[in-house]
Structures are given as C-alpha cells and as structure tokens.
Write a new protein. Structure first.
Length: 405
C-alpha cells in the first residue's frame, strides 16, 4: 500500500537536491526528505502525498552523518519554523551541499557534461560574519493573536518565536516578538531592517499597506564605495557583505574597460550600474533597466553624480521590444528575479554582439535553465562563482560569466 500523510517509514536517504531536501525511495517511489543528510538512515514522517512523489520530514535519525550537528535554534527541525533548512548541518557541509545542488542543476537542466563541470570547479564560498546574525532584513508574519513569528515550511501557519538567530543582532534586540508582550492587532506582517549604514527600522503591514512604527522611512546602505539611501521596503541584499561581494565578482568576471558600453538589467537601485560606471569612465555608457518604481526612484536619487548612467523604467522585455536598449553593447549584467530571465530575454541578449554577460542568480534551477538557452544560442558558461549569502538555508547565490562560444 502507498504511504499516507502521517505514516512513518524507515529509509536511507541519498543525495541533496534543490529545495533543501535529500532524495530517497520507498518501494521505488521518490521521497523528498527534509532535516536529513545524504547517506543517513532515518525515520521519515510523510507530510505530503503528490502524484509521482512524496514529501517527508526526518523525525528520528538511526544512523547519523558525521556532518550532523545539533541545531542552534530550538525552532529548527520538523514542526518548527520553515526559514532555516540546514541548521542540522555543519557550515562547511552546508556549502558542499549547495555546491552539489548547483552541479546537479547544471548537469540536468543546462546539459553540462562532466568535463565542463570539472572545468568550472564549482564550490561555494563563505562570507564574513559566520552562519548566525547575518540577516539584515526580516519579515515576520503575524498570527490571529497578534503575535509576530515565522511560517512553517509550505504552510501559512505562523510559529510565534522568541528570537530568530539568523537575524542581525540589532533586529534581535527589537521589541517585536512575543517575549516583549507586543501584539500586532492590526498587522498582517512586521518588516524589520538593520542597514549597513547603521539605521534600524520597523514597518507594520496591513492589507498591503505599510506604516513605519520605529526608525526612518529611508535607510542608508554602504556598498561599492558609495552610500545609498533606499526606502525601508525596497529591495536590498539581506547579507551585510553581499552587495560588495557580488559587485567584486561581477567586475572580476566582466573586466570592464574604459569607454565600453554596458547594460544593467533588473537593476534595482543601480548597484551594478554604479560599479560599471566607475570602470567604463565618463566616455563609457551604462543603461540600467528596472520595473519597480521604488528602485527607479532610488537609482535617480543615488546616481545623480554619474551622467554616463541612463535609467530606463519598465520591464526588461518592454525595454527590448520598444528599442529603449540601444546598441551596440559590450557588457551585460543580468540579475533577474528568482524565476530567471527566460528564453526570450536570453535570445535577445545573445544577438546584441556583447562580449560577455555576468548572470547573478539566486536560484540554481532557474540559472541552469537560462544557461541552457545561452548554450542553445552558441554561448558557453565560461566561469562560475558561488557564494553562501544565506547560511543555514538551502539558498545559494551564483555569478556566472557567459560568453560567445
């Protein structure tokens, strides 16, 4: 008989796969198991039955991996908060877990062979600061009693927490969570920020509308040798070292030259545009495209001293369709949302005559799918850097260099 939800089974789990799981089998049926490690023998409780596969949580470990540790947070693990996938894994093994997932996605979805993968030497690099206390932006959900907390994995249920250990220390000190006695009676969510410029802010959200309840509405961020002023609810990298790390990787891979032209697509506040402008100089040209009004406004505010930067509001697709992106172009920075850029955008870029594209990716599956589109157009993934921007979670950031083959 097929297992049902809440059934418990013993199994040995196999390799880590995209999504924070290890994959196992029960009678030939695929099971995606959370809270396990490759090679472990576990008791798994079925949490979801889908056509063709099952989901499960490891609720007991019979034969433990040497890479297993006791999670530092009491809310990690089955039944707890869904934010951290890998607190039961040593930091070094977390990075190897993520590197294995990147290799798997590039092999299966991008079609890279063993020799190509070996040439890329995929590894995930740690950022300074350690695995805890790094998250500078935390959005807490609010339950029916007005308590702020975090949602369970694949659930709308809120787990009220006393402290989130991956949150920035300044956020942990805020009187937001239940030990303070604070109740958010009218809020659906509470957003907290601790910026690299030293600002701390709290914003409550109700029915999609936000209100600042503590700190400034605009916060300062320091990155790429500049100070940025951005709204509390605007996009910014959540690891304090992420912005500088990604800028350094993009500049290293692209090696911009004085006088070149560049595009910064899905540009946000213009972080990469500013870095590129500094390299191509006043005789070069940088065109950035951003669809979010807050991002466009932030770019106009923060890049006023860079006349070689042109800001194009709107989607990347519409900018390409309407001729707002004018060639020729030498370099492209592509930093799409989690779903990736897609065949249409990739196809347009491969026809521009650009000598290189730096692809900044927060999802290895979407990245691999887009690498396949580049390869179909005769381009190649020439270099790859991967970073652990999100310790204790399954997420990994990749920066790939795509070049004509």
């Amino acid at each position: 008989m097929s297992p049902a939800v809440a059934d418990r089974v013993e199994l040995t789990v196999g390799p880590a796969v995209h999504g924070g799981h290890c994959v196992g089998r029960i009678g030939g049926q695929v099971v995606f198991v959370r809270h396990a490690l490759p090679g472990e023998r576990v008791v798994a409780e079925i949490t979801e039955v889908r056509r063709g596969y099952l989901r499960a949580d490891a609720v007991a470990v019979l034969d433990a991996s040497p890479d297993r540790v006791v999670p530092p947070c009491r809310y990690a693990g089955p039944g707890g908060c869904g934010g951290c996938d890998l607190q039961h894994v040593t930091p070094a093994a977390q990075r190897e877990w993520k590197a294995a997932v990147v290799r798997d996605q590039l092999q299966r979805l991008a079609g890279l062979g063993a020799e190509e993968l070996a040439g890329l030497a995929v590894r995930v690099e740690a950022l300074p600061g350690g695995p805890l206390g790094w998250r500078s932006r935390v959005r807490y959900a609010v339950d029916a009693a007005g308590r702020a907390g975090l949602r369970k994995h694949r659930s709308h249920q809120v787990v009220p927490v006393e402290r989130c250990l991956i949150a920035h220390p300044a956020i942990q000190e805020l009187a937001v969570l239940s030990p303070s006695g604070r109740r958010w009676r009218r809020a659906d969510a509470v957003e907290t920020v601790a910026s690299t410029g030293g600002d701390v802010a709290v914003r409550e959200v109700s029915a999609g509308r936000g209100r600042i309840v503590q700190g400034p509405a605009m916060v300062r961020e320091v990155a790429a040798g500049r100070e940025w002023v951005v709204p509390v609810d605007a996009f910014w990298q959540v690891h304090p070292a992420a912005a500088d790390t990604l800028v350094a990787a993009v500049l290293e891979l692209l090696d911009p030259r004085v006088g070149e032209s560049a595009w910064d697509l899905y540009a946000g506040a213009g972080l990469f545009a500013a870095a590129l402008a500094g390299r191509v100089g006043p005789d070069g040209r940088v065109t950035m495209v951003e669809s979010a009004r807050q991002g466009v406004a932030a770019a106009r505010r923060n890049l006023r001293d860079l006349p070689q930067v042109e800001i194009v509001p709107g989607s990347v697709e519409s900018a390409l369709d309407r001729g707002r992106l004018r060639g020729p172009v030498d370099l492209v920075v592509l930093d799409p949302p989690r779903a990736g850029a897609g065949r249409r955008v990739v196809g347009a870029l491969t026809g521009t005559g650009a000598r290189a594209v730096a692809y900044v990716a927060c999802d290895p599956a979407a990245f691999a799918r887009d690498v396949r589109f580049f390869r179909d157009a005769g381009w190649r993934l020439a270099r790859l850097r991967c970073y652990d921007l999100f310790p204790m979670t399954q997420h990994v950031e990749c920066v790939g260099l795509l070049a004509p083959g």
